[in-house]
Design a protein around this ligand. Structure first.
Ligand code: PLP
Length: 284
């Protein structure tokens, strides 16, 4: 397999980054994950746009165009095995001679990218789909969760406490017991046929899958959809709960903190929405 580093493609063991890189010392960087199935990327423009706004938000100047990013991704897809790949893109502020908190002037950002194999495209058959048991915890991360920062210790710790309880994700609520998101996914609920998801603000990442679901539902369905505050109690009483991300797509949650959701199986609205998602996901 080959990875990309600062303009070159090389085997991963030849990719060398300075320990003085601020990505290593401070988690000072921005990343993205783009899925590709049979060579076709999903949500590419939106992922690159989100990365560019993240870089602007933390004042990293990088002159890569969307076209250059596309070429890097296409090259990695071609040079790595497997029909289904996730492409990880990472830009850190770069290496400095000293460890200063202030942004140094005139250093060159480090640009790194690699592929990892995906198991395959999520399916809409409830018998075959991956369903999720999740933990539920108070969100202890920072107040800029809309920035897709490589500093992920908060997310890692939340995910890990879910994993320690035998779960595959952790849904988070703020100090007002309002659902924010999960450690690596956005959250949706269904109640009486109405689909809801928390509104975009500094507490959550503006997920590309979230955006795709909202767009596809608006253009191809009659479902009532709301972006609104969701309480912890509403989550636990929902007919369906979903966690969404680039690799999960619409992930059906069947248990939250040991409480069974709905029938304990992926629900009928999930099935329709994952099916619509599969039909239209490459259109945007
Ligand atoms: N929220 C967090 C904290 C994430 O890390 C992710 C992505 O992995 C998401 C939400 C979902 O975003 P996307 O749909 O763009 O993958």
């Amino acid at each position: 397999s080959l990875v990309y580093l600062n303009g070159d493609y090389m085997p991963p063991e030849q990719a060398k980054i300075s320990p003085m890189d601020r990505g290593f010392l401070f988690g000072d960087g921005i990343y993205e994950v783009v899925p590709a199935y049979h060579g076709k990327m999903l949500g590419f423009d939106a992922h690159i746009q989100r990365m560019q706004s993240g870089l602007a938000a933390i004042d990293i100047e990088l002159d890569y165009t969307a076209q250059q990013w596309r070429q890097i991704c296409d090259t990695l897809i071609a040079k790595n095995p497997g029909p289904n790949q996730g492409i990880y893109l990472h830009v850190s502020r770069g290496a400095d001679s000293k460890r200063n908190h202030a942004y140094p002037q005139g250093i060159t950002p480090t640009v790194f990218a690699f592929c990892f194999e995906l198991p395959g495209e999520p399916v809409c058959d409830p018998e075959l789909a991956t369903s999720y048991h999740v933990s539920l915890e108070q969100d202890k991360r920072w107040q800029r969760c809309n920035i897709k920062s490589t500093a992920l210790l908060g997310n890692v710790m939340h995910y890990q406490s879910g994993a320690a309880a035998g779960n595959k994700e952790t849904i988070l609520f703020n100090s007002d017991e309002q659902i924010t998101e999960a450690s690596s996914s956005n959250v949706f609920i269904v109640k009486d046929g109405v689909i809801s998801t928390p509104p975009l603000d500094h507490q959550i990442l503006p997920g590309i899958t979230r955006w795709l679901i909202l767009t596809i539902l608006a253009e191809h369905s009659d479902f009532a959809v709301q972006q609104r505050v969701i309480s912890k109690a509403e989550l636990l009483n929902a007919d369906e709960v979903w966690i969404t991300s680039a690799t999960k797509e619409v992930g059906p949650v069947v248990k939250v903190a040991d409480q069974v959701i709905g029938s304990g199986q992926p629900g009928p609205v999930w099935q329709q929405v994952q099916s619509l998602f599969s039909q239209h996901k490459f259109d945007y």
